[in-house]
Design a protein around this ligand. Sequence first.
Ligand SMILES: [Zn+2]
Length: 110
Amino acid sequence: MTMREAIVGQSRGREDIWIVQSNEQIETVQLAGQREFAARTLERETKNLTQIDAALKRIDNGEFGICLDCEEAIAPKRLAALPWAGYCLRCQELHDAREATDTVEPQMAA
Ligand SMILES: [Zn+2]
């Protein structure tokens, strides 16, 4: 009986350890997910900053509000919502579609 209790006690202790370990694993996975999310947010923010910088340069060049692709005026409504928009709605949709299908090289238009 004493042996049995000792063994049961041991295995219960092991169970506790296992639970702690699996909790740590869950935390690790969550942290990895958060890091991934942070990295993506940073990437997106960097991209936004690049777009804003480019828009500021276009203001200097007097090209602000002109689509980089078709060189037509970008709709004022679109500029109001997205002042750093580099493309008109039509071209932006084309770019988005291209980016969605080709994520290997998300390059900026030259
Ligand atoms: Zn365009």
